[in-house]
Design a protein around this ligand. Structure first.
Ligand code: AMP
Length: 184
């Protein structure tokens, strides 16, 4: 089983992915975390991607898909957070998934109004959370990533979750859209 979390920056995908991965015993793969770790470690990859991260631009598809491909192990379940972010990445993911005997089973779209996203991102204090970069990342989301909503809706695997509210309430909503019984 591969579950994809889709949503704009600040929509809470990362927080919810951590909770759900533990709950379902899935491997949580966040391409943003992997890229930031590479930059912090000063690896060749990290140096290559630093300028994209700082500018809030998407890292080239081949780099990101390579990073994901390296981590996929046959028959393991994955929760993908921040990947795919372009239609080309989504197409590549289908290929990678079938290569490990898996398929993308559900895609969860986190719905949060833009003013709330900006408020959250401004409060986060990450190096790519400056006002200018935030605006740019939201624009990149609309242009490059939002088309994935149609891509996955057409495949019949898209569901939505209201991403506004308390972390634990959103977690419950997530369990319910994914039809997972809450822990009793
Ligand atoms: P995130 O932590 O998911 O908000 O990602 C932070 C930054 O990492 C993004 O602004 C991009 O520069 C880069 N990034 C993360 N995931 C991807 C991806 N799937 N494709 C391209 N760039 C990505």
């Amino acid at each position: 089983m591969i579950v994809v979390f889709l949503g704009p920056p600040g929509s809470g995908k990362g927080t919810q992915a951590q909770l759900l991965a533990v709950r379902l015993n899935m491997v949580h793969l966040s391409t943003g975390d992997l890229l930031r770790a590479a930059r912090a470690a000063g690896t060749p990859l990290g140096r290559q991607v630093a300028q994209y991260l700082d500018a809030g631009k998407l890292v080239p598809d081949e780099v990101v898909t390579g990073l994901v491909a390296e981590r996929l192990v046959p028959h393991q379940d994955y929760l993908l957070d921040g990947f795919p972010r372009t239609v080309a990445q989504a197409q590549k993911l289908e290929e990678l998934a079938s290569g490990i005997g898996q398929e993308v089973s559900s895609v969860v779209l986190f719905v949060v109004p833009e003013e709330e996203l900006v408020r959250r991102l401004m409060g986060r204090g990450r190096t790519d959370d400056t006002p200018e970069t935030i605006r740019h990342r939201l624009k990149v989301y609309q242009e490059e990533t939002a088309p994935l909503v149609g891509f996955y809706r057409q495949r019949g695997i898209l569901c939505q979750v209201d991403g506004v509210g308390k972390v634990e309430d959103i977690h419950e909503r997530l369990l319910s859209v994914l039809r997972i019984a809450p822990q009793g």
